[in-house]
Design a protein around this ligand. Structure first.
Ligand SMILES: [Zn+2]
Length: 396
């Protein structure tokens, strides 16, 4: 299990100066490697290591070996990203990636030990309550971030713990995400978005007016408001995902929104009045909250979930009429979103039953159970016989 934490460092002005200088030298090293890679048309990390490591150490004598390597690797990645069409540059105080040895976090004493050009800095961090549970986790990679506006340093740390993941056993909950309701669950739990949409509508209207004005103060207000709206969305997503994760279900099935760009479709449907909900954030929050409880999230193929009868498994476009689902074959009648969530639950069930197979616990800890994507289970592939077995529990 890997988590990313953002720690706020408590530093003296002098220490901040040291870290800023470290960032500047890092940028120098980065630029050096990027220029060389661009001129020689090379971007392999190992290639550059052999070719210019010593040269870089001489060019930037103040910077330690760990950060030279990190700067070189970052330059290689940047070269790859721009397909070597130019020599990538970075701003002097952009975020710097530290290898784990160069930035260690001690959760027991709430301290970090971080490399700088003026020697190691031992500094306390602001230890929020929720950070305490990460005691004993191993730090993997850290990124040092400088916030120019607040003049604060933050350390974003990836931490890992080595608890073997047990195969998840238990009931599956299907969750349908839509615009009229943020989420509808197959256990008849509705997350109505009337309150949310009212708030967001207010923001959208404000935004329109401010954009039309276009003055400098209007732009400033816009920026302020966008932050407020984003925090509102995040808070709602935390609230909803927490409620869902704490239900008695062990597996949560969601539609794989990556496959069809559903968000764009939703935008068009509402003529762009509302930007679509931050579904990926909801998914991310649910995923980590579930993992902490030993539960899992599976993604299922989203094709046809809204046209599929959840009683007999008949698929017909005509069954769906607005917010109602009325099966043309068997006459089954249900709220359309609820029907879809039950289909998702069922697809998730077969997905979850395959989880242990995907997961060689002896072979390594890199396998992420919850990341398994369903490709194989298309509507056509599922046979009628499976329907008959688990149908009763879902019929109201
Ligand atoms: Zn039907």
């Amino acid at each position: 299990m890997i988590r990313t934490l953002k720690l706020k460092l408590i530093l003296t002005e002098e220490q901040k100066g040291s870290l800023l200088r470290t960032m500047e030298l890092y940028t120098e090293a980065f630029d050096h490697a990027a220029r060389w890679g661009f001129e020689h048309h090379r971007c392999g990390k190992l290639e550059l290591q052999y070719a210019i490591y010593y040269e870089m150490r001489q060019a930037v004598p103040g910077l330690g070996a760990g950060l030279i390597q990190s700067a070189k690797d970052a330059a290689c990645e940047a070269l790859k990203r721009c397909k070597m069409r130019m020599a990538p540059r970075r701003k002097p105080h952009s975020a710097v990636r530290f290898p784990w040895k160069e930035a260690k976090v001690y959760f027991d004493s709430a301290k970090v030990s971080i490399y700088s050009v003026d020697g190691r800095i031992h500094a306390p961090v602001v230890l929020y309550d929720y950070l305490k549970k990460f005691k004993g986790w191993r730090c993997k990679l850290s990124t040092l971030i400088w916030n120019k506006k607040s003049r604060q340093f933050y350390l974003s740390v990836a931490v890992e713990n080595k608890i073997p993941i047990e195969p998840v056993k238990g009931k599956t909950l299907g969750i349908d995400r839509g615009l009229n309701r943020v989420a509808v669950c197959s256990n008849n739990m509705f997350f109505d978005s009337s309150r949310i949409n009212a708030t967001r509508g207010k923001y959208a209207k404000n935004r329109q007016e401010l954009q039309a004005k276009g003055t400098r103060s209007a732009i400033r207000l816009l920026r302020k408001q966008s932050g407020r709206e984003r925090r509102f969305v995040t808070c709602e997503n935390h609230r909803i995902s927490k409620i869902i994760a704490n239900t008695e279900f062990a597996v949560f099935a969601l539609e794989d929104l990556a496959e069809i760009n559903k968000c764009r479709w939703l935008d068009r449907r509402t003529n762009g009045k509302l930007r679509s909900w931050a579904y990926h954030q909801l998914e991310r929050f649910l995923r980590y909250k579930a993992e902490e409880l030993g539960k899992a999230v599976v993604l299922v193929d989203s094709t046809c979930t809204s046209q599929w009868c959840s009683r007999r498994g008949w698929i017909d476009k005509k069954s769906r009429k607005g917010s109602e689902f009325h099966c043309v074959k068997c006459g089954f009648h249900l709220d359309a979103d609820l029907n879809a969530s039950r289909i998702i639950a069922r697809l998730g069930m077969s997905e979850a039953s395959r989880l242990p197979i995907y997961q060689p616990y002896a072979a390594g800890d890199e396998v992420d159970v919850s990341g398994v994507r369903s490709k194989s289970l298309s509507p056509a592939a599922s046979s009628r016989s499976t329907w008959a077995i688990d149908t009763p529990s879902l019929v109201p």
